[in-house]
Design a protein around this ligand. Structure first.
Ligand code: UDP
Ligand code: MG
Length: 318
């Protein structure tokens, strides 16, 4: 039977928190009284997570499916693989660390039933370290300015997507992407609700500062050309300014004769411009690197196995 709700959960080295997740997730979903399925995507965990997911599959095979990657491809690739496996009309994504309370899923579903096809969420009070909360706010602000994506709280994964949105996301083959933003671009009628946010139940964040920076580059370069255009405009502005400076220098040369003062000012200006150029080249490199990854067209992730009960239809198709 086709479930109405699919819940997608990426899992990477979460052995210490999975038991707590199962203990809260299933009662919360059972309480909704609708046909559902939970799809876990094991993103190449090196701990006992995969075995624990397999055990959970054996405990609740009717509503549990597990996609096993052969390596670590990142949270967003894991979610995309989960999307491809979904069958429900409403798809909800959730983190495995219980930072997104499973009890909120009912609220997302209720909002979807009001006719929206994308329900984002805003964390009432974010339970992350102060520097992350601040950096994330700053990036949110920048993204708001340079893309057409309207998300109050881009970092939160607790979101619901309609089948129409999921089908379109499944047609994309982006190598580096940010799922909530990608899905937003396909939504006809998006909205947001406020949800709770909790501290990580166990283990620690899988994101280092470096991977967070990379994720944010994905978000900015994957959804906007404004940074490139900004650089073209800056180049035009600087060319005009240096032309004006040149004319000024020529006039001074004829009125005052040869001058040698101001060498340090000249150096300061030069170093500033070199900085701007290097930044511009780096930015170009970001786009080119992404083009390179995309044209190589290697598989985005490799699914090693899928644990699922085959229904009658599935048997025919496989
Ligand atoms: N995750 C993943 N692959 C990764 C990193 C993270 O599947 O390479 C999963 C992780 O298991 C969790 C979710 O993505 O379910 C969010 O990760 P985390 O809680 O570490 O991120 P944070 O809450 O610190 O942003
Ligand atoms: Mg987390």
């Amino acid at each position: 039977m086709k479930p109405e709700l699919s819940v997608v959960i990426p899992v990477y080295n979460e052995e210490s928190g999975l038991a707590k997740l199962f203990a809260r997730l299933y009662p919360a979903l059972d309480a909704l009284g609708i046909a559902y399925e939970v799809i876990y995507v094991n993103d190449g965990s090196r701990d006992k997570s995969a075995a624990m997911l397999a055990d959970q599959y054996r405990a609740r095979p009717d509503v549990t499916r597990v996609v096993l990657f052969n390596g670590n491809y990142g949270q967003h690739m894991a979610i995309l693989a989960g999307f491809e496996a979904t069958r429900g009309d409403i798809v909800v994504t959730l983190d495995a660390d219980l930072q997104n309370p499973p009890e909120e899923i009912g609220n997302l579903v209720a909002k979807m039933r009001e006719g929206y096809d994308y329900v984002g969420s805003i964390r009432r009070q974010r339970q992350d370290s102060a520097w992350r909360t601040w950096a994330s706010k700053a990036m949110n602000h920048l993204r708001e300015k340079i893309t057409r994506i309207k998300m109050t709280d881009q970092g939160n994964m607790l979101r619901a997507y309609g089948r129409n949105v999921i089908d379109l996301v499944n047609q994309c083959s982006e190598v580096n992407t940010f799922v909530p933003a990608l899905a937003y671009t396909f939504a006809r009628k998006p909205t947001e609700i406020i949800v709770e946010h909790e501290e990580r139940s166990a283990g620690e964040s899988k994101y280092s500062l470096y991977s967070l920076i990379r994720l944010n580059f994905d978000l900015v370069t994957g959804f906007s050309l404004v940074p490139l255009q900004f650089f073209s405009l800056l180049g035009i502005g600087l060319s005009f300014a240096s032309a004006a400076l040149f004319i000024l220098m020529v006039i001074r040369r004829f009125i005052l004769g040869a001058e040698v003062q101001g060498v340090f000012t000249l150096f300061a200006i030069t170093f500033f411009l070199i900085g701007v150029i290097l930044f511009g080249i780096g930015l170009l490199g970001e786009y080119i690197g992404r083009i390179y990854l995309q044209v190589r067209a290697r598989p985005r992730y490799v699914v090693q196995a899928i644990l699922e009960q085959s229904s009658g239809e599935d048997k025919q198709s496989s």
